[in-house]
Write a protein that binds this ligand. Structure first.
Ligand code: SAM
Ligand code: SF4
Length: 473
């Protein structure tokens, strides 16, 4: 089993279900969307939801109420595929019941498991009507129509056209229903080929969306009340494109332009590769108040031997110097990272190098994983696979250190006056939850303002999964 800790400062990458709320009722077709994995999958589910809403579907929040179940899968670590198959087993039972009662249930599997397994999914789970990979979502309504005519549809090629161009724009009402902080995918795929990772195989080659399309979408989000945009990409800081001035832009320039959009007060981006952290992006952190002082910058390991074997193309020292430079440009920046323990060949000494790097950087948050063999990646065939018990022990030590750092970061925030974007009601009545500039959930009294307001607050105390604050008069 792989594990991750989602520390309080890290925004959750998963939502139980997503999709449009068209407000239609009665005889509309009903879809239940289940999303696994990263923010990019959340965004993709939203866009598929938009396409389905144009096709007459409304979103429901249970499998039982649905005519169509769409599972958007993640393949980053093992067992994801097995989880999907066991879920499909349960859906097969439900479909048989429906059929016996004269009804029906359609099932579509999307995402990276769909891409990796392809037709095998329908062979093992004939309940599935449509298998659709991450680059062909614009074909979903058409694929469902073909499936309704009895075809078992598998769409897993990497077409030349941009899937987002083929997907309809999100209706304003759906944007408003999703809240005041939104995701916007600007880049997809990856050419880095880290030896542990399936992304280059399941998401394909690195592709940047054009500036015009990104700005159009950002403006539409702003007009529908969104105040914070998180630009997404598997390797988001590898984004590049031709700017309005005719020059080639990188992510730093793109962020500068997005920051000029009326209504967009906060910008974030994720996930970045240390190699693609260029000067213009660091300068954007220095210059732009809209760019939040929080950076997710995975390093994976602190051992140069392991980094080389992972094909990360940077050393631990490169990473530390980069962190130094970023902190010089933006001293209050909070850093988070990804770490893998037990990569093939990782010795106790390599692991201690990782612990030393963590101690030196001092993270606000991190995602931590045990290495998980991904068939087809170079790591799967490497010698020196690490014993599970050793991985478990290293993971526990690493998580303990990160938790200490996260807690101490939270404690250091007490007394600070910060701007808070109020995002949603709190768990308890009379409370609202917002995000600090450092992505921590912060709980305030509901009298602090309305959802969508940015209010000045003083952090008063750390809690178990966030911070508490009071409004500064
Ligand atoms: N592009 C990002 C980067 O370069 O760091 C990461 C994208 S990946 C979707 C998210 C994280 O999953 C990685 O940073 C890595 O820590 C983890 N991961 C990927 N493959 C893994 C594997 N085979 N076993 C364990 N963790 C893995
Ligand atoms: Fe995977 Fe990130 Fe490496 Fe690309 S850069 S192969 S997405 S870990």
């Amino acid at each position: 089993m792989t594990q991750a800790i989602l520390t309080p400062a890290a925004r959750t990458g998963t939502k139980p279900e997503t999709g449009p709320d068209t407000g239609a009722g009665g005889n509309a077709r009903k879809v239940f969307v289940k999303t696994y994995g990263c923010q990019m999958n959340v965004y993709d589910s939203e866009r598929m939801g938009d396409a389905l809403s144009r096709d007459g579907y409304v979103t429901v929040d249970s499998v039982e109420a649905a005519d169509l179940v769409l599972i958007n899968t993640c393949h980053i670590r093992e067992k994801a595929a097995e989880k999907v198959y066991s879920q499909l087993g349960r859906l097969a039972k439900l479909k048989r019941q429906r059929n016996a009662e004269g009804g029906d249930l359609m099932v579509a599997v999307a995402g990276c498991v769909a891409q990796a397994e392809g037709r095998e999914i329908i062979r093992r789970a004939p309940v599935v009507d449509v298998v659709i990979g991450p680059q062909t979502y614009h074909r979903l309504p058409e694929a469902l129509a073909r499936a309704r005519n009895g075809e078992a549809v598998v769409e897993t090629d990497f077409p030349a056209e941009d899937k987002f161009d083929g997907l309809s724009a999100t209706p304003e009402k759906a944007i408003r229903a999703r809240g005041v902080a939104a995701f916007l995918t600007v880049q997809e795929g990856c050419d880095k080929f880290c030896t542990f990772c399936v992304v280059p195989y399941t998401r394909g080659a690195e592709v940047s969306r054009p500036v015009g399309r990104i700005l159009e979408e950002a403006e539409r989000l702003a007009q529908a009340g969104v105040r914070e945009i998180t630009l997404l990409g598997q390797n988001v800081n590898a984004w590049h494109g031709k700017g309005a001035d005719g020059r080639e832009w990188g992510l730093g320039e793109l962020i500068r332009r997005v920051a000029t959009i009326d209504g967009i007060d906060r910008i974030r981006y994720t996930t970045s590769h240390p190699r693609d952290m260029d000067e213009a992006l660091i300068e954007a952190h220095r210059d732009l108040p809209e760019l939040m002082p929080y950076l997710h910058l995975p390093v994976q390991s602190g051992s140069d031997r392991i980094l080389k074997s992972m094909n990360r193309r940077h050393t631990a020292e490169d990473y530390l110097r980069l962190v130094e430079k970023i902190r010089l440009a933006r001293p209050d920046i909070a850093l988070s990272g990804d770490f893998i323990v037990g990569f093939p060949g990782e010795t106790d000494a390599d692991f201690e190098d990782t612990m030393r790097l963590i101690a030196e950087v001092n993270y606000a948050a991190a995602f931590t994983f045990k290495y998980s063999i991904r068939p087809g990646t170079p790591g799967a065939d490497m010698e020196g696979q690490v014993n599970e018990a050793v991985k478990t022990e290293r993971l526990a030590r690493l998580q303990d250190l990160i938790s200490q750092q996260t807690r101490s970061f939270g404690r250091e925030c007490v007394g600070k006056v910060v701007d808070l974007l109020l995002e949603k009601p709190g768990r308890n009545t009379g409370q609202l939850i917002g995000r600090s500039p450092w992505l921590q959930p912060v709980i305030v009294d509901a009298m602090a303002g309305e959802i969508g307001d940015i209010v000045r607050v003083r952090i008063t105390q750390p809690g178990t999964s966030g911070l508490f604050a009071e409004v500064v008069e």
